[in-house]
Design a protein around this ligand. Sequence first.
Ligand SMILES: NC(=O)c1ccc[n+]([C@@H]2O[C@H](COP(=O)([O-])OP(=O)(O)OC[C@H]3O[C@@H](n4cnc5c(N)ncnc54)[C@H](OP(=O)(O)O)[C@@H]3O)[C@@H](O)[C@H]2O)c1
Ligand SMILES: *[C@@H]1O[C@H](CO)[C@@H](O)[C@H](O)[C@H]1NC(C)=O
Ligand SMILES: *[C@@H]1O[C@H](CO)[C@@H](O)[C@H](O)[C@H]1NC(C)=O
Ligand SMILES: *[C@@H]1O[C@H](CO)[C@@H](O)[C@H](O)[C@H]1NC(C)=O
Length: 362
Amino acid sequence: MPPKPTLSVAIVGVGLVGSELISQLLAIQAPNPFRLVSLTSSRYTLFAADGLGVNAGSWASALSASSATPNLPVLAEQLAKLEAAVLVDNTSSQDVAELYPEFLKRGVHVVTPNKKAFSANQQLYDAILRASRETGARWLNESTVGAGLPVVQTLKDLVATGDKVKKIEGVFSGTMSYIFNNFSTANPGGPAFSSVVRVAREKGYTEPHPADDLNGADVARKLAILARSIPSLQNALPEGYTSVQTRSLVPQALGSVSSGAEFVDRLPEFDVEFEKLREEARAEGSVLRFVGVVDVENGIVKADLEKYPTTHPFATSLGGSDNIVMFHTERYSPRPLIVQGAGAGAAVTAMGVMSDLLKLVL
Ligand SMILES: NC(=O)c1ccc[n+]([C@@H]2O[C@H](COP(=O)([O-])OP(=O)(O)OC[C@H]3O[C@@H](n4cnc5c(N)ncnc54)[C@H](OP(=O)(O)O)[C@@H]3O)[C@@H](O)[C@H]2O)c1
Ligand SMILES: *[C@@H]1O[C@H](CO)[C@@H](O)[C@H](O)[C@H]1NC(C)=O
Ligand SMILES: *[C@@H]1O[C@H](CO)[C@@H](O)[C@H](O)[C@H]1NC(C)=O
Ligand SMILES: *[C@@H]1O[C@H](CO)[C@@H](O)[C@H](O)[C@H]1NC(C)=O
């Protein structure tokens, strides 16, 4: 087999994950199958067809010294001229996500931890599929669910080898995991819901506005991505993540509070309600977990607060902000295949992105 050409890599978004990815990319021993040709933040951009020639210590200052303004349609044209190129979208931007078809149409692969495109409406998803089919450019999304954990690839392998997926069930949000691992345990008593949320926010485990975690949308997006990776559900969510049955934990009365700090200050008004749910669960020998479920057999995709017996893995084996995913399939029955571990953090997310990049060159 002829050797594969060097893969030109363009990274959009150079925050925590982006920075970690650059380190991992530049640290690969020669012969490095990748060449870093472009970096883009919201304000600056760099492009050099034959490689930027930066190192781990110099890329940030080179980028902020650039005089060019970011322009992704122009980047798509620049990458299209290269022999093999990939766009890495490390933003959480909807605008960037909507441009994936433009890159794929030009033969540029897309790798991303950004959930926005794959969990949006059917039109965008279909446009991505179509563009990819036209040119053979691939789009890879491993790090959109469970960060670096092998969740999407495991599902793909189960489907591709002819196993029948009956149900996927898991704790998909690191933030929700942390909150409920702390709030609801096998022991009586425990901290108030609002104080757990406050501590989580102070530690940087929540979004600046905790409602962005508590509304369940992040879990719904991950479920949309998993559901669409199962053939029988590929067209089941016409509006993407908004078609997922989602229970929001944002109290209705706080729905319009736009400041994260004010939200946390007012949350104690609702501690009694959460306490009641916790006690109900405890009376049944259960704990509360905010989970996502893709019930393939019954065609149900939902994000909800559920009760699990204190002996269940969701109650016994989670710590910190771990994710856990159970695949119930025809082969993995009656005991499911389980994937568990850190579901957030720059190092593990960048690893998920890196593993997708390696799929393109190996
Ligand atoms: N952190 C994790 O553990 C984790 C796990 C799994 C998946 N993810 C996903 O990884 C992605 C990044 O996460 P995040 O929360 O860190 O995102 P974020 O803070 O919003 O990062 C935004 C970064 O992207 C750049 N950016 C934003 N919009 C842009 C645009 N239109 N054009 C060019 N650059 C743009 C920003 O540039 P400036 O630097 O100039 O502002 C910034 O560096 C998200 O999609 C997230 O869901 C993260
Ligand atoms: C990339 O991902 C990390 C982790 O999600 C995030 O903190 C960072 O801001 C993202 N964006 C860029 C531009 O790297
Ligand atoms: C995720 O990527 C895989 C290819 O690795 C693809 O088969 C699957 O359909 C994708 N799912 C979504 C929702 O993008
Ligand atoms: C509960 O919160 C504490 C303090 O933030 C943290 O150290 C601990 O890991 C959490 N407990 C669980 C079970 O996640």
